[in-house]
Design a binder for this molecule. Structure first.
Ligand SMILES: Cc1cc2nc3c(=O)[nH]c(=O)nc-3n(C[C@H](O)[C@H](O)[C@H](O)COP(=O)(O)OP(=O)(O)OC[C@H]3O[C@@H](n4cnc5c(N)ncnc54)[C@H](O)[C@@H]3O)c2cc1C
Length: 317
């Protein structure tokens, strides 16, 4: 079976879950990577295991616009007739997959965390109602579009210098919009791909600058990112891009350290898929301890520096 994988990037900056999608595609047989607008990613896709690459380099795809990207994908899929098209779950791919599925009279299963092959169909598992239920769904039409949640599938090892065929294809459709410029967001935090997240909650509120300095110090020691509860975002101590939870990001890092977070359900739905959760809280009865593997009852302003010092020693940093 040939599975297509859409390699998502913004101006050449790759979404790492694209490689996770490629790894999953390989478990079903042949994997074809689709690279739009950035030739250098074609070689990287081969090194991450693609059997072949369809490369579309066209000025029409120089800037991301849903209409040209989706119509190009639709035209290629009409010719190539893949049974399954995998995409990493991002804001862009949700647009592209939805528009292309309409073109091809098919459907999209989004934010999938498991995908079992059953003959020609695939049974997708996806969390619904903020993760309270896991839904199993199949798409009756082909090609089946599936967007995969970041870090739900293993990333394949990269094999430097691996080669394969790169087929060039043209873009299709015409753009209805024109990109006149980009203004980078003030904070560019990639919580979804971080292996370690250290998050702060209202427990820092007595001294938020110092609290987030300590949180940032531990996060950077562990090569991780800084998360936050909504309470501290609403209080203006940290930008929304850091918020974890129902109205923030839903993440699944290897390690989540929650400092001064009470563990309200709206926060927990965003982090309960972390492999290991460590909670630091002054209140031994805080609900966050109910979803944590390890708990430290104490003041975050003394526990965080002690943890950082211990990691610094252990890691030789
Ligand atoms: C529709 C809706 C959507 C929401 N979406 C989200 C969301 O996406 N994300 C989210 O986080 N929340 C969300 N919320 C808000 C959520 O209900 C909680 O209000 C919020 O998560 C509480 O944040 P917190 O744990 O930081 O604060 P609190 O609940 O006030 O908890 C602070 C904790 O810090 C501890 N503490 C205090 N001082 C210290 C100290 N010095 N050292 C150690 N511990 C200390 C306290 O014991 C307490 O447990 C949403 C709410 C609604 C209604």
């Amino acid at each position: 079976m040939n599975t297509w994988v859409y390699i998502d990037h913004f101006g050449g900056e790759i979404v790492p879950a694209s490689w996770e999608a490629l790894g999953l595609a390989k478990t079903y047989g042949k994997a074809t990577a689709l690279v739009f607008g950035n030739a250098s990613l074609a070689q990287t896709a081969l090194e991450y295991g693609a059997d072949e690459v369809i490369l579309v380099e066209d000025p029409a795809l120089a800037d991301y616009r849903a209409e040209t990207f989706a119509s190009t994908l639709s035209a290629l899929a009409k010719d190539g007739t893949p049974a399954l098209i995998l995409l990493p779950s991002t804001t862009r791919t949700r647009e592209i997959a939805a528009m292309s599925a309409i073109d091809l009279n098919s459907g999209v299963l989004t934010d999938v965390t498991n995908l079992e092959q059953n003959g020609e169909t695939f049974v997708a598992t996806r969390p619904i109602y903020e993760g309270k239920l896991m839904e199993k769904t199949v798409c009756a039409a082909t090609p089946q579009f599936v967007t995969l949640r970041a870090r739900a599938f293993p990333k394949p090892a990269r094999e430097a210098g691996r080669s394969g065929e790169v087929k060039k294809a043209p873009a299709s459709g015409s753009a209805l919009t024109e990109v006149v410029g980009f203004t980078p967001a003030e904070t560019n935090v990639n919580l979804a791909d971080a292996g370690v997240v250290v998050a702060g909650g209202r427990g820092v509120s007595n001294n938020p600058a110092e609290g987030f300095r300590l949180i940032g110090e531990l996060a950077s020691l562990l090569g991780g990112a800084v998360g936050a509860s909504r309470a501290v975002v609403d209080e203006g101590h940290i930008p929304y891009a850091h918020q974890v939870g129902q109205t923030g990001k839903v993440i699944a890092p290897d390690l989540y350290i929650a400092a001064g977070v009470s563990g309200a359900i709206q926060h927990v739905v965003g982090m309960r898929n972390a492999k290991v959760v460590v909670a630091i809280n002054k209140d031994a009865e805080a609900p966050i301890f109910g979803v944590s593997r390890y708990g430290v009852v104490g003041d975050l302003f003394s526990i965080l520096p002690a943890l950082s010092a211990a990691f610094r020693k252990r890691l030789g940093k």
